[in-house]
Design a protein around this ligand. Structure first.
Ligand SMILES: CC(=O)SCCNC(=O)CCNC(=O)[C@H](O)C(C)(C)COP(=O)(O)OP(=O)(O)OC[C@H]1O[C@@H](n2cnc3c(N)ncnc32)[C@H](O)[C@@H]1OP(=O)(O)O
Length: 403
């Protein structure tokens, strides 16, 4: 319950400096010297919480699109910049912000929202589901050959300047992201934020290197290390995008063969095929962690937006303490991949909280696993299994972008 002396409203542009200060202090950081945040934030969707006249909390919603199973592009509220000034915590500031943001997303017609969590124990209570996509922290040595079945597109890969690379990357990303579940649309300010390259963004690594193939690109930094026995430089990949499998293989081949580089690190997709392309898969070390936390803002609107992998007919009871329009029993009837969702008074086959639905929505977390974790309760035998299969998709969903 929020403290009664608190108030919340959207900011105006003159308050940006104060907003950046509150945000930075919340993150034990210095205010960003550049303008990457100010450009990114949408002023009319950026909230501040006040105690009297003092700004003590911040939060922003970015208007993006997300690709859902079946390939639809769905409006998506990307929640970011959440911070409460030290000294004002645990009195409901973030709770007030979360509730206000959810109402704002609902009013804007966004059925889905999401965020990246600074800490894992904060956001489930606000209905955000973990592991909606997972992040694969992958490292591997260079020089490994591919197995003979891999076709590498022979086109030359050219290293170019950022200015030369940007128009090509923007166009290619916008084409590819529509085919990848969990990928987001990326406008100009989001590109600026994603590829922010001031000295303070590099954390001791090189500036970005931009390498283009006719059907793909890779962006990386170099972590320089020279040992007694030779170069041990690491290629720290920011993004690798390709519109054909052959170009994908070519970009990885380029990295694996780069002289003076000893290893590659990349926060990539859970099912990155490179793990199965190299001839020694054990040399690819992977560690999965939570990626995007998804919030189903409007159950009735969201469920029919995606396609499903098998037919199902179940009554699902959803509990949502913050969005009362979601709570209650819903019949999910899927035929030929398409869902019809209706309110019902029929008894529930399965019940879950809205965060668990968020975890499963893109085909990330399995409902069967959430059932074993007692986040999903089965009332009619067989329905959890049927729903699990219906929600799964061909590939693990992936969100390549922390916003
Ligand atoms: C999407 C993003 O931007 S992620 C970035 C989030 N920001 C940060 O991590 C910056 C540092 N932390 C902060 O600024 C604050 O501690 C916040 C934003 C995480 C939480 O703000 P607060 O105003 O303290 O949260 P609030 O008082 O509304 O707490 C609500 C509930 O969450 C719990 N909670 C809040 N923060 C945490 C936490 N870090 N870990 C565990 N529980 C937490 C509270 O105990 C409370 O629980 P209750 O409802 O059972 O009483």
């Amino acid at each position: 319950m929020a403290d009664s002396t608190l108030s919340i409203r959207t900011i105006d542009r003159s308050e940006l400096d104060e907003l950046r200060r509150v945000f930075a202090w919340g993150f034990l950081d210095d205010p960003d010297p550049g303008d990457k945040w100010s450009n990114l934030l949408e002023i009319d969707r950026t909230h501040a919480v006040f105690d009297g006249d003092e700004m003590i909390g911040t939060g922003g919603i970015l208007s993006r699109e997300i690709t859902v199973p079946g390939g639809a592009q769905v409006e998506f509220g990307a929640v970011t910049f959440v911070s409460v000034k030290p000294g004002h915590r645990r009195r409901g500031v973030a709770s007030l912000l979360m509730k206000t943001q959810l109402q704002a997303m609902h009013d804007a017609g966004e059925a889905l929202g999401g965020l990246w969590a600074s800490e894992g124990s904060i956001y489930r209570r606000f209905g955000y589901g973990e592991h909606a996509t997972s992040l694969n922290m992958m490292t591997m040595p260079t020089r490994m050959p591919f197995h003979p079945g891999v076709t590498v597109d022979p086109a030359r890969i050219r290293q170019v300047t950022r200015d030369e690379a940007m128009p090509f990357m923007v166009a290619l990303h916008d084409k590819v992201r529509r085919t990848k579940v969990g990928w987001l649309s990326r406008g100009g300010p989001s590109w600026g934020y994603f590829l922010a390259d001031a000295e303070s963004d590099r954390r001791g690594l090189s500036s970005y290197r931009y390498c283009l193939h006719p059907q793909g690109y890779v962006v990386f930094r170099v972590k320089h290390e020279w040992s007694e026995s030779g170069p041990r430089n690491e290629l720290n990949v920011r993004e690798l995008v390709a519109e054909t499998e052959e170009a994908y293989a070519a970009l990885y081949r380029f990295l694996l063969d780069l002289d003076l580089a000893a290893s590659i690190s990349f926060y990539t997709a859970e099912g990155d095929p490179v793990q199965h392309m190299v001839d020694n898969p054990r040399m690819v070390r992977t560690q999965l962690t939570d990626g995007l936390w998804l919030r189903v803002v409007d159950v009735e609107k969201a469920l029919p937006l995606r396609r499903y992998s098998s037919d199902v007919d179940s009554v699902v009871e959803v509990e949502d303490g913050l969005c009362p329009w979601n709570s209650g029993r819903w019949r999910l009837a899927v035929k030929g991949g398409e869902a019809v969702v209706t309110r019902t008074d029929d008894p529930a086959d399965v019940s879950l909280d809205v965060a668990a639905l968020g975890s499963a929505f893109l085909g990330g977390a399995r409902l069967s696993v959430l059932n074993r974790a007692r986040r999903v309760i089965e009332h009619t035998p067989g329905h959890v299994d049927a729903l699990t299969m219906a929600f799964l998709d061909t590939h693990a969903p992936h969100c390549p972008e922390v916003f």
